[in-house]
Design a protein around this ligand. Structure first.
Ligand code: ATP
Ligand code: MG
Length: 448
């Protein structure tokens, strides 16, 4: 194929490359940034690979701020004009004993050896403005063909480091690329080795994967891999629902709903888990209709243990399990009801719940879901109008506080909080306005 054109590099990257060259070393940009440039997207970080050893890199950039990010891996971070650049010495990874960490890394003077350790051909392209392109594995062609292919023998590469299995799926989802046949076969064959990978790293890849545009296809084509990470999901595969609301089996419905929701980690993960408890709660009535009573609570319990296992933050775990637990709770375009929900969930989570609701409906039987989707639109409009009025839905939103109550003669103590809650109830029920003078009046009537 034709040699790709020259890349235009940001100023700080140009500076770093030429300083390394001036010091007598080779230096290239490599990895995600060359891949993204060839794809026509602007890279968010630029990684540099060099023949300079870490100490030599530190010496070249002695007039700049440097951070010894991972010296044992050969990485130095250099700050040039407010940009952080990671500069890594050419290296060869040692033997991988456990599909997880190389036992040792060895530095090398050969760019070819450094490129050979990289995971996929699209990530193994180096470029330098003075030395040109170094694309030993046909990466540019694979990028043009939208193909993910291992550098070297796929089985060997996935055996060395099983995280690459998930990276392949993540790139397929995010970039919308196919995984080349031999690479795909090796993924299916070696998927169990993911069990050697730390959960934190699995979680990072899983969340990125879920937010990709091609997530539906990846969830379907590699469901056996997901069953390794989430064994709880396996009973959902091909599980017929026997219910007029549903035209898809549980897993297909889940995959469609993931794709339908906004690509935010909490929302996508909530969709992935929202119906995971369905098989456990399945019940076929005498008419042959399937029901899943209580499945949101069962799914939420499973989501909680999955979130713990994946070492997700507490905030993320709480949001995801809440969205799963209440994904099916009835809502009406009713101001008072919406205020109560605001009180229970807060603004962000309530909006998220509406998005979850919409994604869930759009992955159901369109004939049944249509009117529900219309109703959802009305709920969203009602909530929007309500929020424009800055409604009170927490005690802190009230125009009076505990000190007002005490000033009016109440004794400090739990009764104060109780009365404030009672006032909030009345304000949310629109029986009292959230107006300071009207509220003080009301309190005076109660206290005096
Ligand atoms: P992203 O857009 O997510 O940053 P990236 O390709 O830049 O994608 P990084 O994790 O930043 O991914 O890694 C930078 C480069 O290091 C990759 O492009 C690849 O060449 C190499 N690399 C990263 N992880 C691995 C791995 N597990 N095995 C082999 N090479 C890897
Ligand atoms: Mg990167």
């Amino acid at each position: 194929m034709a040699e790709p054109k020259n890349l235009s590099l940001p100023g700080p990257v140009e500076t770093a490359l030429s300083l390394l060259e001036a010091g007598g070393y080779e230096a290239y940009v490599v990895g995600g940034c060359t891949r993204d440039s060839l794809l026509g997207t602007v890279p968010d970080e630029w990684d540099i690979t060099t023949s300079a050893l870490p100490e030599q890199t530190l010496e070249v950039f002695r007039d700049y701020r440097t951070i010894e990010t991972g010296l044992q891996h050969g990485t130095v971070t250099v700050r040039i004009d407010k940009t952080n650049l990671e500069i890594t010495t050419y290296r060869v990874d040692g033997k991988y004993e456990d599909s997880r960490h190389p036992d040792a890394v060895t530095f090398t003077r050969s760019l070819s050896e450094d490129l050979a350790r990289r995971d996929f051909t699209m990530n193994a392209i180096a470029y330098s403005p003075t030395r040109g392109w170094k694309d030993l594995y046909g990466g540019a062609e694979d990028i043009e063909d939208h193909l993910i292919r291992c550098v070297g023998d796929p089985e060997t590469r996935f055996t060395e480091d099983a995280l690459r299995v998930l990276r392949a799926l993540r790139f397929s989802s995010v970039l919308g690329f196919e995984i080349e046949g031999k690479t795909a076969n090796a993924i299916h064959a070696l998927k169990h080795r993911i069990n050697f990978v730390a959960y934190e790293r699995i979680a990072v890849e899983l969340l990125k994967l879920l937010c990709g545009k091609n997530v539906y296809r990846v969830l379907q084509d590699y469901r056996d891999v997901f069953a390794v990470i989430l064994p709880e999901m396996e009973p959902c595969f091909d599980f017929e629902q026997h219910n007029p609301w549903h035209i898809y089996d549980v897993y297909t419905h889940i995959a469609k709903s993931v794709e339908a929701v906004r690509p935010e980690p909490e929302l996508r993960l909530a969709m992935l888990l929202h119906d995971i408890g369905k098989p456990e709660t399945f019940f076929l009535d005498e008419k042959g209709i399937g029901h899943f009573y209580g499945h949101p609570a069962v799914s939420a319990r499973m989501a909680d243990s999955i979130a713990l296992r994946l070492r997700l933050s507490n905030a993320m775990k709480k949001e995801v399990t809440t969205l799963v637990e209440f994904h099916d709770s009835p809502l009406e375009p009713d101001r008072k009801m919406l205020r109560r929900r605001l009180n229970k969930f807060g603004k962000t989570t309530l909006w998220n719940l509406l998005e979850v609701n919409r994604a869930d409906l759009s992955a159901q039987n369109p004939e049944k879901a249509g009117p529900q989707l219309d109703k959802l639109r009305t709920i969203e409009e009602t909530l929007e109008l309500l929020l424009r009025e800055n409604p009170a839905f927490k005690v802190a939103d009230l125009e009076v506080d505990g000190e007002d109550l005490i000033a009016l003669g109440m004794h400090p103590g739990p009764e104060v909080g109780k009365l404030l809650k009672e006032i909030l109830e009345k304000v949310m029920a629109e029986e009292l306005p959230n107006d300071r003078f009207r509220l003080l009046d009301y309190i005076a009537g109660k206290v005096l």
